[in-house]
Design a protein. Structure first.
Length: 402
């Protein structure tokens, strides 16, 4: 049975996400910190309900008969009711739910109004994807509306294999299995909070999607190499590189965000990584000082994140065409400006968590057209959203010839 105080927390989360523009994951994290007495069941309901409503924002409002979304209290309570009915749950006898006896019938009619409504994306974004990707965009959108499984990467600096990690998790009553097309990936059989486990505290794994786990190996990084992770962010790929290098050599992890790099420092300590040097990119001078110093450079560039909408569903309501164009320009600038850090004979990997060709292969094609005498495409990987139940991802490995 749904209790009013729990529903109110979902309302607050939705208002903060859409009204104040905060990222949904930060909203949920902050809400739980303010309400530490919430039990595990209530936390799960709040998080899953909030995310599911965000994923299906347009569809639910349309099925409820609204022409525009509302952040008022009572309509948001009705949204919670709509979510519950679609998941086979009964509603409490609250005034807000009195007129919802025909909601499931309305929801069925709403599904026939087209893919953009059914999969809950803005019309302009649907048309952009259709133009760039074609007919497969419809199935991608459906996959991006599914809840992502918990996928992790076994840390080879702490465990000998992913089987050892699976056994360690089993000792804490958490069942998991090997992730397809990865060497170290593990997927939980059912969603669990793994951050309080002994395995996590001991640094035995990092949360990382199976598609994302394909990127670091493309660099060819090996023990003793000098590697630059130039858009390191929170450092997931730095940690993967360190494991591939057996913690031998040098990784320079850089980003324009000091806050993200602080998270990386903490993760390195837990994972047992001591070859990563963290640097803030203060200007292009930081980059120019490193010209032709790296055996491998990884550019996991800022992007729309359209390949990871399962995890960040509010992004589709907050991004704009102008923002996409700005990101594409930034990607081109990073590719051109950071690539000189690679030594002759070294490898550059360009990667995004987007599924738009304009952010992916088109960027690489343009770079090679402008620098074809100096660079050669070695390989590229594309992961469509939903393939092996992974996120959408792209990565290309380039060889510097001069």
């Amino acid at each position: 049975m749904l209790h009013r105080p729990i529903a109110e927390q979902v309302v607050i989360a939705l208002q903060d996400t859409f009204g104040d523009g905060y990222q949904a994951d930060r909203v949920i994290e902050r809400l739980f910190k303010k309400n530490r007495k919430l039990g595990a069941r209530d936390r799960r309901f709040i998080a899953e309900t909030t995310y599911d409503i965000i994923r299906n924002w347009r569809f639910l409002w349309t099925a409820l008969g609204f022409t525009e979304p509302s952040l008022d209290h009572d309509p948001l309570i009705r949204m919670i009711g709509a979510h519950m009915l679609l998941n086979g749950q009964s509603l409490p006898a609250w005034p807000e739910f009195k007129s919802m006896d025909r909601f499931l019938e309305m929801a069925e009619r709403t599904r026939s109004l087209g893919v953009a409504v059914r999969e809950s994306v803005p019309d302009w974004l649907y048309e952009l994807g259709k133009k760039e990707i074609g007919d497969s965009w419809d199935s991608m959108l459906h996959a991006l509306n599914e809840q992502a499984p918990v996928c992790m990467r076994a840390n080879r600096l702490k465990v000998s294999s992913r089987d050892e990690l699976i056994k360690a998790l089993a000792r804490e009553d958490i069942k998991a299995h090997a992730a397809p097309e990865t060497d170290d990936g593990v997927i939980l059989d059912e969603r669990r909070n793994v951050f309080s486990t002994n395995a996590f505290k001991a640094g035995l794994f990092e949360i990382q999607d199976g598609a994302s786990q394909q990127v670091a190996p493309l660099t060819g990084a090996k023990p003793g190499d000098r590697v630059i992770d130039a858009c390191a962010g929170g450092g997931g790929k730095t940690l993967h590189l360190a494991a591939l290098m057996k913690n031998k050599g040098k990784i320079i992890s850089m980003d324009v965000s000091e806050r993200k790099l602080q998270s990386l420092r903490e993760r390195c300590t837990r994972a047992g990584v001591d070859i990563a040097e963290v640097r803030v990119i203060e200007s292009m001078k930081t980059i120019k000082r490193l010209e032709k110093t790296a055996d491998r450079v990884l550019l996991d560039v800022p992007c729309t994140g359209l390949g990871v909408l399962r995890r960040n569903p509010d992004k589709k309501w907050k991004i704009s065409l102008e923002e996409i164009e700005r990101l594409q320009q930034l990607q081109a600038e990073i590719l051109a400006g950071y690539s000189p850090m690679v030594k002759s004979g070294g490898t550059l990997v360009y990667a995004t968590c987007s599924c738009l060709p304009s952010e992916n292969e088109k960027q690489v094609e343009r770079f090679l057209k402008e620098n074809g005498n100096s660079w050669e495409l070695l390989t590229e990987r594309k992961f469509a959203p939903g393939l092996n139940n992974y996120d959408g991802f792209y990565a290309a490995a380039l060889l510097r010839k001069d």
